[in-house]
Design a protein around this ligand. Structure first.
Ligand code: ADP
Length: 190
């Protein structure tokens, strides 16, 4: 199986690149952000609980997102592989993911981490806020909080995968196709 953690700060382009990678490598895209927004749109109990947390730009509790990923893995027993987008975001999530995959006799193949500077991130997110109406993209304070959460809780996961010799950092500035080519180059060597 090809199991990729597509990593990077909010606005790094994980969603855009995931859509290209799933086509090219026949993978299943698991985006915790998309799943959570789906729950909110469907008005479920889980969505109700997540909504205010997401609107502040805080992280949803580990237990909730780990449960979501676990059921998506169970729902796709014959997958060729997965792209994890927006997950894991904490050490507890990374450990849970390793053990869920281990139970299925597989593991993470590689973490691909997109590098984009803060100024460019803020510009992209504010633009997306105008186009998509996403509440957490409209306000600079909320964006700053998300970047902060990323730097404090999520960025350290690069060390977690680096210690397993599974980290590749990829420049996330350039055209969508340029960045896709850089990601493909790493994956094709696996
Ligand atoms: P972005 O990476 O652009 O911020 P996402 O769609 O990945 O956007 O996430 C949006 C929000 O959803 C996050 O700010 C957070 O509140 C919540 N969220 C998504 N994934 C996770 C996760 N793995 N753990 C905790 N919270 C999450």
């Amino acid at each position: 199986m090809l199991n990729i953690v597509l990593f990077g700060p909010p606005g790094a382009g994980k969603g855009t690149q995931s859509n290209l990678l799933i086509e090219k490598y026949n993978l299943i895209h698991l985006s915790t952000g998309d799943i959570l927004r789906g729950e909110i749109a469907a008005g479920t109990q889980l969505g109700l609980e997540a909504k205010s947390i997401m609107e502040r730009g805080d992280l949803v509790p580990d237990k909730v997102v780990i449960g979501m990923i676990s059921s998506k893995l169970d729902a796709n027993p014959n997958a060729n592989g997965f792209i994890f987008d927006g997950f894991p975001r904490t050490a507890a999530q990374a450990q849970a993911l390793d053990s869920l995959l281990n139970e299925k006799g597989t593991s993470i193949s590689r973490m691909l981490s997109l590098k984009v500077d803060d100024q460019e991130l803020i510009k992209r997110l504010l633009n997306r806020g105008k186009e998509s109406g996403r509440a957490d993209d409209k306000d600079e304070n909320i964006i700053a909080n998300r970047i902060n959460e990323y730097n404090n809780k999520t960025a350290p996961l690069k060390d977690y995968y680096s210690l397993q010799d599974k980290l590749s950092e990829v420049e996330g500035i350039g055209s969508v196709q340029d960045i896709a080519n850089r990601l493909n180059e790493v994956i094709d060597k696996l």
